[in-house]
Design a protein around this ligand. Structure first.
Ligand code: ARG
Ligand code: ZN
Length: 854
């Protein structure tokens, strides 16, 4: 059951065209498929069409119905021996979309019928060779009850439609671009459309449609603007134009992940489409913009050029994340976007890379491909592209991507194809760089600077090593670009930035003309996805926090300053915290900094991030240390927090960068003000909650109140619940805020919420809001009693029976047991073993748990 990259073989049979005919009904859908198949190469192997939970009602070859002995079912697949080089194969199957709780294949969601095929869902719809290197032309006929399903959508362009007796109707869609079956989609339902038009750079008008429930139409304008901006951006930055006459997006309430880039018909988790000031936070707005862009950009990086096999997944995902990150940076603030992206990388990918589920950006094997839609494939993959782009510079990188798109348009390509295009188009040798694709684990780079006053020079020694990961005990040195600068500690200026290429295990760089020892700023902009270790003093870090001209490096210096103080506190050492407090104060008061950056820079690192810096994580001590430092910063700067909180109060809602920044800073000020212990803290938070005209301020006030025992806490939670109980996406926030709260009773509260009438395992967003958030709440999840582990394991066991993909996503937090004390580790492993002992466990959960428990 393990699939290996080295076992790749070209397909035995190709499928140049497929005609699909759906007679849609939630209880009984009939799917007729007609495939033209052609033998690929000289062999006598039978045609093998994948199937998952399908039973053929009819099988025909070249118009003749086959008897029972003329085909067989092997592991779900339909196997037909065929004599000639080309045949027409027809199958009929029956599906019950309303029974499909896995949300893969054709399923029902809130009165709609919709599909999800990536990675291997198409085989749940019809018998087909379900692999991305088979590209076919699709024509699709949809038929359904006209009253229940007035709108019928599929990929490509609509061609014909008509009415039928008995209140039914039909529509036909043809997609002129050959595509892999994971990009197939259909939607049927009673949908309203926000419709606009976009004129491409060559002057073609494209009809854009965002389809939602009628009542949600007013919440689609941000997504529509994001779509138009993305289309224009991809033309301007990559020279890529849209290629069909229509581009449709549908929002659905039940979805296993963020969204899906089906050709011409993107299907979205509604949380990445719907946004208005009443219900969406600024982060939600940014999420909509980023995911709309991501899926749109896939039209070239994913659809026009797709993946040969699923080991190449990062070919489309890493590159597309890189593209959406840069788009969002261009739409807002480059500095803040980079800080956010690195925070996500460290929180999700670095953790993955240091645990039992670590894998390379191009994995070697898998049991269940759904488990490989990971932070490593997506976010580390994006960092690899970012390093290539940095090494090439903008012009050569553009030449290289042009070559890649031109050379592989219409093909199923590999990561190696991409690298070769970068080498040829960008005129660079990436031989050593390729190791990034093969080697798992986060490299550690040790940087030490020594100054020689006689020669007035400094020597920088860089040493790299990557710790072992499962199956990879020995690591070779990687090639990495490190942006660096040296600062004069008197003038506060740097002598300019240099790009250092680290390729050896140890390398020395000499810089001349320094009468006094300078301060080192390294891995600026986070130019390489590594952990940098330096022995810079608190004073040097404070200097960089005040003077570095690279905003990321400045943020990083602040974080390191805080981490040192916090780790010191946890270790019971005397650490001078006045430098931290002074740096926070000076950052807030720096007139040259914008509010959003200030808010990022002064935020204390999360408990999880502090834990990541330690060999053994002590969740209680970390919580106590962070809480104490937050209280101290709150108290000592209390007047400042009051002042900031008051002056960032807005007059009316706007989504301008300045307004968003002000809200972010206001939130930080509120956190510190409440942490200060000031008697009116909860009242101030409650007023912000109560008076807010937007969800950003309302939710951040609620989150602050949720951390403490107070009457205001209960009042605010009740008000929030009653106000939003009928709005699923907003009610998710109510669950999530409580599950994420730094409150001593969180673990009991989560148990209670799991029994709340509004909690359901059927909706992945709701599951993630409660259990996903809880498992990310280090202090609460790792409650000494082990109750947190048991709750999450119970959820995994129950959910696995309905929706294995979403269940498997909850496993990794339990797999981190090696980082905790013996008692906790034993409790965590005990839960993993309990999950593994369940009868009928899915492949998805089995893979994740068995890799984690060892
Ligand atoms: N291709 C989609 C995207 O990144 C995600 C598909 C996820 N599929 C899965 N089985 N987890 O936009
Ligand atoms: Zn993607």
């Amino acid at each position: 059951i393990v699939v290996r990259r080295r076992d790749y073989r070209p397909p035995d049979w190709l499928v140049p065209t497929i005609d699909l005919d759906f007679s849609l009904d939630p209880a009984r859908t009939i799917v007729r498929a007609s495939l033209s198949v052609t033998r690929n190469g000289g062999h006598d192997r039978p045609l093998r069409l994948d199937g998952d939970e399908l039973t053929p009602i009819e099988v025909k070859v070249d118009g003749r119905a086959l008897g029972p002995g003329e085909w067989s079912i092997e592991q779900g697949a339909l196997v037909i021996p065929l004599p000639g080089p080309a045949h027409q194969v027809e199958t009929v199957v029956e599906l019950a979309p309303e029974q499909n709780s896995k949300l893969m294949g054709l399923y029902a969601s809130g009165g709609l019928l919709c599909t999800q095929c990536e990675a291997e869902g198409f085989r749940r719809i019809t018998f087909f060779p379900d692999r991305p290197d088979i590209l076919s032309r699709y024509s699709v006929r949809l038929e359904a009850d006209q009253a229940r399903y007035p709108i019928l959508l599929s990929n490509g362009d609509p061609t014909e439609q008509g009415e039928l007796p008995d209140g039914r109707h039909w529509a036909k869609w043809i997609d002129p671009f050959p595509k892999p079956c994971y990009l197939f989609a259909l939607v049927a339902g009673d949908l309203a459309c926000n419709s606009e038009s976009f004129v491409t750079m060559s002057g073609r008008a494209v009809k854009l449609g965002i389809w939602v429930k009628e009542a949600d139409l007013p919440r689609t304008s941000h997504a529509m603007q994001a779509l138009k901006d993305s289309m224009a951006w991809d033309e301007r930055v990559y020279g890529r134009e849209y290629d069909l006459d229509v581009f449709n997006i549908v929002a659905v309430a039940d979805f296993n992940f963020g969204a899906m880039e089906n050709k011409g018909l993107n299907i979205f988790n509604s949380r990445y489409i719907l946004a208005d000031a009443e219900t969406a936070t600024d982060a939600d707005y940014d999420g909509v913009e980023g995911v709309v862009a991501h899926e749109y950009f896939h039209n070239w990086s994913g659809n026009r050029v797709t993946c040969r096999d699923w080991f190449q997944l990062s070919l489309k995902e890493g590159f597309t994340v890189f593209r959406d990150q840069n788009f969002s940076a261009d739409m807002g603030s480059h500095a803040v976007k980079r800080i956010e992206d690195v925070r996500v990388l460290r929180a999700a990918q670095f953790q993955e890379d240091s645990g039992p589920l670590a894998h390379p950006v191009r994995p070697e094997s898998y049991m269940e491909i759904s488990n490989f839609y990971t932070a490593t494939i997506y976010n580390k993959g994006a960092e690899l592209i970012r390093m290539i782009a940095l090494m090439l510079g903008p012009d050569r990188f553009r030449a290289a991507t042009d070559l890649y798109f031109e050379r592989h348009d219409g093909e199923a390509a590999t990561c190696e194809d991409f690298i070769r295009a970068m080498e040829e188009g960008g005129r660079i040798d990436l031989t050593q760089f390729r190791r990034w694709y093969e080697q798992a684990g986060t490299p550690r780079v040790r940087a030490s600077l020594t100054h020689d006053p006689i020669t007035q020079s400094v020597e920088l020694v860089l040493e790299q090593n990557t710790p072992p990961t499962p199956g990879q005990p020995d690591k070779a040195p990687l090639a990495m670009p490190l942006r660096a600068a040296l600062f004069d500690r008197h003038s506060g200026r740097s002598s300019g930035e240099t790009l250092l290429m680290l390729t050896e295990e140890q390398q020395r760089f000499t810089f001349n003309g320094f009468a006094v020892a300078p301060v080192l700023s390294i891995n600026r902009g986070f130019s390489a996805p590594v952990i940098v270790e330096t022995s810079r003093s608190q004073a040097d870090l404070a200097f960089l926090a005040a003077h570095d001209d690279d905003p990321f490096a400045r943020y990083e210096a602040m974080q390191q300053l805080m981490v040192n103080a916090l780790v010191g506190r946890v270790a019971g050492q005397e650490v001078d915290e006045t430098a931290v407090i002074a740096a926070i104060r000076d950052t807030v008061n720096d007139p040259h900094l914008d509010s959003a950056f200030i808010a990022e820079a002064i935020r204390l690192p999360s408990e999880a991030y502090i834990g990541d810096q330690m060999v053994q994580v002590d969740p209680d001590d970390i919580h106590a240390a962070r809480d104490a430092l937050q209280r101290r910063v709150g108290k000592e700067l209390e007047p400042l927090w009051r002042d900031v909180h008051a002056r960032t109060r807005a007059n009316g809602f706007s989504l301008s960068a300045a307004a968003k920044g002000a809200r972010k800073l206001r939130n930080s000020a509120l956190i510190y003000l409440v942490a200060s212990g000031a008697v009116d803290g909860p009242t101030v938070a409650f007023s912000q909650f109560d008076e807010a005209d937007n969800m950003t301020e309302r939710q951040s006030a609620l989150a602050t109140l949720a951390n403490d025992r107070s009457d205001e806490r209960e009042a605010a939670l009740d008000i929030f619940y009653n106000r939003y109980r009928d709005d699923a996406l907003t009610l998710d926030k109510w669950f999530q805020t409580q599950a994420f709260a730094s409150h001593p009773d969180t673990v009991d509260l989560v148990e209670e919420l799991a029994g709340h009438p509004d909690f359901t395992l059927a909706n992945p967003n709701r599951v993630r809001s409660l259990f996903g958030a809880f498992a990310g709440n280090q202090w609460a999840f790792h409650h000494r009693s082990g109750k947190g582990y048991r709750l999450v394991a119970d959820c995994i066991i129950a959910l696995d029976k309905l929706n294995p993909q979403t269940a498997a996503r909850l496993v990794p937090p339990l797999g981190r047991w090696r980082r905790f004390d013996e008692e906790r580790a034993a409790l965590m492993r005990g839960e993993l073993q309990r999950i593994l002992s369940q009868p009928g466990l899915s492949k998805d959960v089995t893979e994740q748990v068995s890799k984690s428990v060892e």
